[in-house]
Design a protein around this ligand. Structure first.
Ligand code: CP
Length: 366
């Protein structure tokens, strides 16, 4: 059956763990997978800059024996002439078997999945989600800590715009004994929809603090993030918070000897260079895991899509959304700039939210 990865929870816990386990098998037996995607093509549609995600997808497909097409700069494609996401992917499906899309608009990969007729992978949409970074993080947690449950994790830095944080919290909140500690300045707190989801989750505990020093001894994992200049609409606000947190060797003296330091990268100044040689610094091992887990994901989605037939008509919704007359108020949402169906869904907390970006609906959507 045709499946996409738009949000980390599109995969069940069992499916997520199966992809992580497949990545571990690929690491152990790389030669067995050299021709696994022979004759298949991946299209990487990157409307936003990327080093790790785009090149690890490319490297993953090449290592599976497949080929890669795509663009890394939307200005060099017909997007610059005003082509919509929906039309772009209807074209790309004629040339490729699977799509990895990064877009500055939240929800763009969800729109792509409604029109493509081939598997679509969200490679990061605005400040919203980054599910393949989550798979990367989970494989790293598995290899470094040996488990996904009963962990205390500090998320530090830009929790407002940090899509990798949003996605990893969602994925880990399905496990028992997870304690989340949110370390950020007031201006960069986790979005309300994430806080509400966490409050509604009885098996997860969380608290917010303002310094990493006060929680360092408790942490099993410290997940550092960059303050993302490109997401700020107000430069003065960026200047106020840009140097909020810097992890250095002195701060690490209070950390557990087996604490793991993760970072999705790129970093700017939030981890001092002196930390790189500390055995707890796992962020470059994390990058390498990203390639293997993307190999596992491509294999899995292509296998699920085998025998898939082209859509007779579009859009095709992969969930029973509420189609509504309401309009999402988030300026960063794809629904604000492209002619898409206004879709909403009710979360587990009973609140009605935009299906593309998860912003609370302007009023209830019955
Ligand atoms: N972690 C991550 O998404 O890095 P890139 O922006 O370089 O792809």
């Amino acid at each position: 059956m045709l499946r996409h990865l738009i949000d980390p929870t599109d995969l069940t816990v069992e499916e997520t763990e199966a992809i992580v386990a497949l990545a571990e098998r690929i690491i152990a037996h790389r030669e067995q997978y050299r021709e696994a995607c022979k004759g298949r093509k991946l299209a990487t549609l990157f409307y936003e800059p990327s080093t790790r995600t785009r090149l690890s997808f490319t490297s993953a497909m090449l290592e599976l024996g497949g080929q890669v097409i795509g663009f890394s700069d939307a200005a060099s494609s017909s997007v610059s002439k005003g082509e919509t996401v929906a039309d772009t992917v209807r074209v790309i499906r004629c040339f490729a078997d699977i799509i990895a899309m990064r877009h500055f608009k939240e929800g763009a990969p969800l729109v792509a999945s409604q029109y493509a007729g081939i598997p679509v992978i969200n490679a990061g949409d605005g400040s919203h989600a980054h599910p393949t970074q989550t798979l990367t993080d989970l494989l790293t947690v598995k290899r470094e800590k040996g488990r996904f449950d009963h962990l205390t994790i500090g998320f530090c830095g830009d929790l407002k715009f940090g899509r990798t944080v949003h996605s990893l919290i969602k994925a880990l909140s399905r496990y028992a004994g997870i304690r989340v500690i949110l370390i950020s300045p007031e201006e960069l707190r986790l979005p309300d929809y994430m806080l509400q989801e966490m409050q509604a989750n009885s098996q997860l505990t969380f608290r917010e603090v303002r310094t990493m020093e006060e929680v360092m001894p408790e942490l099993d994992i410290l997940y550092m993030t960059r303050v993302q200049k490109e997401r700020f609409l107000d430069e003065e606000e960026f200047d106020r918070v840009k140097n909020s947190f810097v992890l250095d060797a002195a701060k690490l003296t209070r950390a557990k000897p087996d604490m793991v330091i993760l970072h999705p990268l790129p970093r700017v100044n939030e981890i001092a260079r002196e930390v790189d040689n500390d055995p707890r610094a796992a962020y470059f091992r994390q990058v390498e895991n990203g390639k293997f887990v993307r190999m596992a994901l491509i294999l899995t989605l292509l296998e699920w899509a085998d025998g898939n037939r082209p859509f007779d008509r579009t859009p095709v919704f992969n969930e029973p959304y509420l189609v509504n007359e309401l309009k999402c108020a988030n300026r960063r949402c794809i629904a604000a700039t492209e002619d898409v169906d206004q879709l909403f869904r009710r979360g587990e907390d009973g609140i009605c939210r935009c299906a593309y970006c998860e912003t609370k609906a302007p009023s209830d959507c019955r």
